[in-house]
Each structure stands twice: as structure tokens, then as C-alpha cells.
Design a protein. Structure first.
Length: 156
């Protein structure tokens, strides 16, 4: 590599603030929310399969349909949150960011509260589950919800 290019690269690296990997991982991004939205869609499909398999058992069917609806609703909610965070990330004007941030913060707090409601439905499904499949899937769903709630409370 020519000396002038290596000098330029050295100057750029010295001028750039150091990137703390843990800070990047602790930041809410629209991509993380999209990933979680896709996971909620997967859970909705799983619960739908469980409900179809238990159509003759009213209790099991109702429990799985309830958490299926919650998972589907959360998929839409997280997609909406992802869109808000993505729009915010595209704003280049600091005054616009300052005006929009309180609105997005309020919406993300509301979405985090909705996660708690979904977790309550998962608890009911776990408590009344008659099949191992519904109980195990609802437990995994609830664990995922805890992570999503923490994610929604991160800075973006």
C-alpha cells in the first residue's frame, strides 16, 4: 500500500470516535424490530398449527387461538415500531429529530405495555395447557416477549 494512503487511513482512524461494540448491540434498530416482528409471525403460525390440531378440544383450541392472535397482533405492532424507528433514523435535521423523538418514545412505551398484556395471555395458555406442545411453545413465546419488552426500552 502506498505510504500516502496508509497515512490517510491512519488519520481517519484517529479522527473517528472509537466504536464500542456493546453500545452498538445495546441500541434499538429498526432491523432488530423487524426480526422480532418476523419471530412473532412464526409464533402465530405455530399457535395456529396447535389450534388446528386441537379443534375437538375446546379449551386447548381457545387457548392456542388466543395466543395466536396475540402473536399476530404483536407482529403488526413491532412492524409499526420498526417503521417509526426507521423514519427517525432517516431524519438528518436535529430539530426534526428533537420534535419527533418524544412522540416515538411515547409509542414505544405503549408498545412495551402491550407486551405485558401478551405475556399475561401466554401465562393463561401455559396454566391451562393440556398438551405439551402448547405449553412449551407458550413458554418460549413468553421468554421472547421479555426480550422484546427490554428491546423496546432501549435507546435508538
Amino acid at each position: 500500500m502506498p505510504r500516502s494512503i496508509s497515512c490517510v487511513l491512519l488519520l481517519i482512524s484517529l479522527a473517528s470516535p472509537p466504536v464500542n461494540c456493546s453500545q452498538a448491540e445495546d441500541k434499538l434498530t429498526w432491523e432488530k424490530l423487524e426480526d422480532k416482528s418476523a419471530r412473532m409471525n412464526d409464533y402465530a403460525k405455530d399457535f395456529h398449527s396447535i389450534s388446528r390440531a386441537n379443534i375437538a378440544n375446546d379449551t386447548e383450541f381457545n387457548n392456542s387461538v388466543t395466543v395466536e392472535a396475540e402473536a399476530g397482533h404483536l407482529a403488526d405492532t413491532l412492524h409499526s415500531a420498526s417503521s417509526m424507528v426507521r423514519v427517525y433514523s432517516l431524519l438528518s435535521c436535529e430539530e426534526d429529530r428533537a420534535r419527533v423523538k418524544p412522540l416515538i418514545d411515547a409509542e414505544l412505551r405503549r408498545h412495551a405495555q402491550m407486551i405485558d398484556y401478551a405475556a399475561q395471555h401466554a401465562d393463561l395458555a401455559i396454566a391451562h395447557a393440556q398438551s405439551v406442545g402448547l405449553a412449551a411453545t407458550a413458554r418460549r413465546f413468553k421468554e421472547e416477549l421479555r426480550g422484546i419488552e427490554a428491546l423496546l426500552r432501549m435507546q435508538y
